[in-house]
Design a protein around this ligand. Structure first.
Ligand code: FES
Length: 110
């Protein structure tokens, strides 16, 4: 079973998951703690993570990730909800604030 190491909110969550697990699905049923996520469908970017190690075992970014993250995919950023975990991986959700590219706010600032 792959081991996942997640850096989030100043802590590290380490947990084994089943082959081909999706961490957002596990978080949704309270089987993976602390993971930040939202829609689960590649639309909100709340689940954005940076892959620290193990990226070689992931599928290439899909069209949703490319659409929502743009050039960030080339810096190792991924949408956790779009990932299938097949091998050991280390991810970080520390200090990540990615706004969806397609919905970037044009809100006025004072
Ligand atoms: S949970 Fe919304 S994009 Fe992944």
């Amino acid at each position: 079973m792959p081991k996942v190491k997640l850096h989030v909110d100043g802590t590290i969550v380490e947990q084994e998951v089943k082959d081909n697990a999706n961490l957002v699905v596990l978080a949704g049923i309270r089987q993976f703690p602390k993971l930040k996520y939202g829609c689960g469908m590649g639309r909100c970017t709340k689940c954005t993570c940076q892959v620290i190690s193990g990226a070689e075992a992931l599928s290439p970014p899909n069209w949703k990730e490319e659409k929502m993250l743009g050039d960030k995919v080339n810096e190792g950023y991924r949408l956790t909800c779009q990932l299938t975990i097949k091998q050991d991986i280390e991810l970080s959700q520390e200090n990540i604030s990615v706004k969806p590219l397609k919905k970037q706010s044009t809100a006025l600032t004072k």
